[in-house]
Design a protein around this ligand. Structure first.
Ligand SMILES: [Zn+2]
Ligand SMILES: [Zn+2]
Length: 249
């Protein structure tokens, strides 16, 4: 299974990348994690002739996780797209993905459905478990079972039990990394590299990819590499993601 990081910035786009979006190309499904500005690239990986179902999971509605949805009308996916989010997602998305901001779902050139998930385990038809994380706005973390592997996505959050539970024995944990080493802000819950490593270790995750580097804090890709070099000393299988990086798991 292939994981492609399409947007790895948090908050806003800069020369280091687009805001957050990750595409998982599994045997039977395309699974997309959040729809920041990197979302526009999905058709570089999902051929127009593909019939494989497309699932998009939204963690929360901060704009850096949904702003990419305004270009939905450039796609013509014959298989349609199913969008999943927390309870309330339908109303919120109908407000934003609508006139006068953009083309409403009903007028798109392909079928899009929005579905709401409560906390817990669902079979949709692959297994996905979701739990709320620790953030200024209610934010869902996800744990997927795909191709016999576990992929966990912990976007905007501080350290919390639910993140550790979702990442339990994961083959790949995709975690946010807004802050730099040693940085923390109790009023603005996000992870620094040590926090992310703590979650990965406590959960016994096999591998971790860091994404969502705050654009105002990480000004260059070199600063991400420094984090990788430093944190590899305590968690060997850690990578910092860049836009368009691909990973096989
Ligand atoms: Zn964010
Ligand atoms: Zn957020």
């Amino acid at each position: 299974m292939r994981v492609i990081f399409l947007g790895t910035n948090g908050w806003y786009d800069t020369e280091t990348g687009n805001t957050t979006c990750t595409l998982i190309d599994a045997d039977d499904y395309f699974v997309i994690l959040d729809a920041g500005n990197g979302f526009y690239k999905i058709d570089q990986y999902i051929a127009s002739t593909s019939k494989k179902p497309i699932y998009l999971f939204l963690s929360h509605f901060h704009l850096d996780h949904i702003v990419g949805l305004h270009i939905l009308n450039k796609f013509k996916f014959s298989q349609g797209m199913r969008i999943y989010g927390q309870v309330g997602a339908k109303n919120i998305l109908d407000t934003i993905i609508n006139e006068p901001y953009t083309v409403p779902f009903a007028k798109l050139p392909f079928k899009v459905g929005v579905y709401e998930l409560s906390e817990g385990q669902h079979n949709i038809p692959f297994l996905v478990k979701c739990k709320f994380l620790l953030h200024s706005s209610k934010c869902l973390g996800y744990r997927f079972e795909l191709d016999g592997k576990i992929i966990t996505y912990c976007p905007d959050t501080g350290i919390c039990e639910n993140a550790i539970e979702l990442a339990e024995n994961a083959d790949l944990l995709i975690a946010e990394c807004s802050f730099k080493i040693g940085q923390r802000n109790a009023e603005w819950q996000h992870l620094n590299p040590e926090d992310a490593v703590q979650i990965a270790k406590e959960a016994r995750a096999k591998k971790m990819a860091l994404v969502h580097f705050d654009a105002n804090i990480y000004r260059s890709l070199e600063e991400r590499i420094e984090v990788q070099e430093e944190m590899k000393k305590v968690f060997e299988n850690l990578i910092v993601a860049f836009d368009n990086m691909e990973m096989e798991i």
